[in-house]
Design a protein around this ligand. Structure first.
Ligand SMILES: [Fe+2]
Length: 248
């Protein structure tokens, strides 16, 4: 444990990375009460103010859509989006706000796809997350079908799927299939685990990261983001010129 904490402490930047060049954060849970994100509008507003303070000018929030846990629909999400937008205006926060979704590739996903109900952003970008326990057996077929239908698939936090940590070639395979990768900023702080931090750094070294997101759920995440701002790999990623956040 001591070795681990020493390792995390070493090689930090002396001043925080300026993330304002990202312009847009495209992964968060800021629609009140519909997933494991913010419970109410006041918390959403407090967190949005913090994002504005970090230099973000646009927030695309992405509530979970999961067949078992969070049966959200575009209507439910749009209703919450309207609520938050009104509060942003009332508070005069200078930030653009829109809602999309983070879809879990589960048994329900195919129905949403078939019904043409998928929520996207920035054109036809689709944020997709996978189970943390095992990779879906039909992953490559599903991705192919989505791409043929014109969706630009972004895989949420590829660094967090432990079943690929010893099989990095699977991640390379996905990149070769034109899947966009979105890294969680807090993965770099070592919050989830040391292997997740290391895979994140390997993805950055390989030039494989297209987007970076806060995955903001609560104030706790914000503290972790503030910690991640001192990570040399965050600086390396932002300076890589590979990120597309500002294009959204
Ligand atoms: Fe998320």
């Amino acid at each position: 444990m001591q070795i681990f904490s020493n390792w995390l402490k070493k090689k930090k930047l002396t001043s925080p990375v300026d993330v304002s060049s990202l312009v847009t954060d495209m992964h968060s849970h800021l629609i009140p009460g519909i997933d494991d994100g913010v419970p109410d509008v006041d918390t959403a507003i407090a967190l949005i103010k913090e994002l504005a303070g970090l230099g973000y000018r646009k927030v695309i929030t992405t509530p979970h859509i999961m067949v078992d846990l969070y049966k959200n629909t575009p209507e439910i999400i749009r209703k919450g989006e309207k609520q938050v937008k009104e509060a942003i205006e009332a508070e005069r926060i200078n930030i653009e706000f829109e809602a999309s979704a983070e879809y879990q590739l589960d048994e329900g996903f195919l129905n949403h796809f078939k019904n043409g109900q998928l929520m996207t952003f920035g054109g036809k970008y689709l944020l997709l997350e996978l189970s943390y326990f095992n990779a879906p057996p039909n992953l490559f077929e599903m991705l192919f079908d989505l791409q043929v239908a014109g969706y630009k698939v972004i895989l949420a936090h590829p660094e967090r799927y432990a079943y690929w940590h010893r099989d990095f070639s699977k991640l390379e395979d996905l990149k070769n299939r034109n899947v966009f990768f979105q890294l969680n900023m807090i993965s770099l702080s070592g919050f989830y685990s040391l292997p997740i931090k290391k895979i994140s750094e390997r993805l950055i070294d390989g030039g494989m990261v297209d987007f970076i997101g806060s995955d903001l759920h609560s104030h706790q995440y914000l503290n972790l983001i503030e910690k991640a701002l001192y990570e040399p790999y965050l600086e390396k990623l932002i300076n890589s010129g590979k990120l597309k956040n500002h294009l959204l």
